[in-house]
Design a protein around this ligand. Structure first.
Ligand code: TRP
Ligand code: SF4
Length: 326
């Protein structure tokens, strides 16, 4: 039976940001060097937040462009949109019938989202993690790169796999987390995880002027009130970002000059903005080229979906047989 090594997914948010890039995408690109990887844009999951139809379709295209621009290689990895592989939804239903309500009501993301969209606490929000489990299990994937906020969902996917195997027969391997080396990237508020929905993000494709304008608003060491106060780089998110975008020698200088009040926060941010814009320039250029070649992006997604369907269909034959369907 066919299987893949690595599966991961990202929601089509319309604007990938540097938190996605540092926290997830960089690992995805590394993994494709040695493993057979499938990466999907989870548009069915996005429906739980009731996006406008045209915006959802556009956001999928934008995310696909980003996949290619950051260096995911469609020759090696299957890049596709979740809804184009109907087996995800089919398996999700079967897995839902194996999952107790109680397990889903413990999911912290469900509780958070019910709070953040009280006017739309739909059933999809509740069963979201089962669809996520189906995304992984339909490819019998062994490794799943996830951030710490998704560890609970992956643990549930493991439990669902075990329960399926116990109830019917051994079909699914238990997927293992592939933890990213990068700790969670904080947003411009310096307090919560960077995310588009919180509006504290720096878009991955932002032009240099926008990067600079956004970084000017970044929260730094709150105890540093005057330019003459020494700063504490270890509590400052601007300093954390320097560690990803500035060369080590420059980071050492930032560290020293901050502690000794030899540099001000405005200069420090402009310095970071320059390095960030420079590091991200090749990605932005590739994305701009793809913008002029939408047919190529569509062809990559069509090919990815075809490859994904082949694996998913073979898993579903086993699943239907094991469960007694057909
Ligand atoms: N829920 C994940 C997130 O919000 C996205 C996702 C959907 C996913 N399906 C997945 C991640 C399967 C890993 C594997 O980040
Ligand atoms: Fe942060 Fe830089 Fe200001 Fe120090 S000088 S507090 S590292 S922004």
């Amino acid at each position: 039976m066919e299987k893949v090594d690595v599966l991961s997914g990202v929601q089509p948010t319309g604007q990938a940001h540097i938190g996605n890039y540092l926290g997830a995408f960089k690992t995805w690109v590394e993994l494709q060097e040695s493993r057979r990887c499938f990466y999907c844009i989870v548009d069915l999951h996005a429906l739980t937040t009731a996006p406008e139809p045209a915006a959802l379709r556009q956001a999928c295209f934008e995310m696909a462009k980003v996949f290619l621009a950051i260096g995911l290689d469609p020759q090696r990895s299957a890049l596709f949109v979740q809804s184009q592989v109907a087996e995800h939804s089919e398996l999700a239903w079967i897995l839902q019938c194996l999952t107790p309500m109680g397990e889903l009501s413990r999911m912290t993301q469900f509780k958070d989202k019910s709070h953040s969209q009280p006017q739309n606490v739909n059933v999809g929000l509740f069963t979201y993690p089962v669809l996520q489990a189906a995304d992984i299990l339909v490819y019998r994937a062994e490794g799943v790169p996830v951030g710490e906020d998704q560890v609970q969902h992956l643990e549930l996917a493991r439990e669902i796999a075990r329960r399926f195997n116990r109830t019917y027969r051994e079909v699914f391997p238990e997927p293992q987390p592939v933890l990213s080396k990068t700790p969670r990237i904080l947003g411009l508020d310096g307090a919560t995880k960077m995310s588009k929905s919180k509006g504290n993000h720096i878009p991955l494709l932002a032009p240099p002027e926008e990067i600079e304008a956004l970084l000017r608003t970044a929260v730094t060491d709150p105890q540093r009130q005057r330019r003459s106060d020494p700063g504490r780089p270890w509590v400052c998110n601007v300093f954390s970002l320097h560690q990803y975008f500035s060369p080590p020698e420059e980071v050492a200088v930032v560290d020293l000059e901050c502690r000794t009040a030899a540099r001000g926060c405005v200069d420090c941010k402009l310095h970071l903005a320059r390095n960030m814009a420079q590091q991200l320039a090749p990605i932005r250029e590739r994305a701009a080229a793809l913008e002029r070649d939408p047919e190529h992006v569509r062809a990559v997604l069509a090919d990815g979906a075809a490859r994904a369907r082949a694996v998913a269909a073979s898993t579903m034959e086993q699943v239907r047989d094991a469960v007694g369907l057909g």
